[in-house]
Design a protein around this ligand. Structure first.
Ligand code: IMP
Ligand code: MG
Length: 184
């Protein structure tokens, strides 16, 4: 596995730019195959912004023309452990009643974030709330949720890059990597 040193942290590459691009294209094709009606795409910020940016452009190439609005949810704060509580920091401004909505997130781990967002959209009358995640990190699921579309199964490591951060660092990496703990 290739490795980089950034700011003194060793980062191992888990999913390369090329591998991600291939999965993004496949997900867009799978979404288009569902023939969503009056589609609204809702990236859950911040971690999903790079994935969402690539996915909506792939969706264009797959023949879709969604609207996009953003939601900022927080469950992590500055630590690497989920607090278990989901907070709406910024809500969408769009009425979802009767519409197909696609929620986009970076990682499905406990599932609390996506389950929360999906319940919220259902309560507001969305026709369907699809979910797309770049990474599925199994083994920690605490909510009843399964992603409709996923990029990769993710090993049980703290990952960064492609929009995802560790204390606001590493979002700019074009690949998904994991921070290799310093040898103690
Ligand atoms: P869940 O609510 O436990 O499913 O958590 C999902 C959210 O936790 C994701 O949207 C990420 O923001 C964050 N998260 C979980 N694992 C990681 C990780 O390994 N690196 C960075 N963020 C993570
Ligand atoms: Mg997140």
């Amino acid at each position: 596995m290739s490795e980089l040193v950034i700011d003194g942290h060793r980062i191992g590459v888990l999913f390369s730019e090329e591998a991600i691009a291939e999965r993004v294209k496949a997900i867009a094709t799978a979404i288009a195959a569902r023939k969503p009606a009056n589609l609204l795409v809702v990236p859950i910020l911040k971690g999903s912004f790079v994935f969402a940016a690539d996915l909506i452009r792939a969706m264009h190439h797959a023949g879709l023309s969604p609207e996009v609005d953003f939601m900022i949810l927080s469950s992590y704060r500055k630590s690497v452990k989920s607090s278990g509580q989901v907070t709406v920091l910024r809500d969408i401004e769009t009425n979802v009643k009767g519409r197909d909505v696609l929620l986009i997130d970076d990682i499905l781990e406990s599932g609390r974030t996506l389950a929360f967002a999906k319940d919220l959209l259902a309560a507001r009358g969305a026709a369907t709330a699809y979910t797309a995640v770049l990474l599925n990190k199994p083994g920690h699921l605490a909510a009843h949720i399964e992603a409709d579309f996923q990029g990769f199964l993710c090993p049980d490591k703290f990952v960064v890059g492609y929009g995802m951060d560790m204390a606001h660092q590493f979002r700019e990496l074009p690949f998904v990597g994991h921070v290799i703990p310093a040898a103690g």
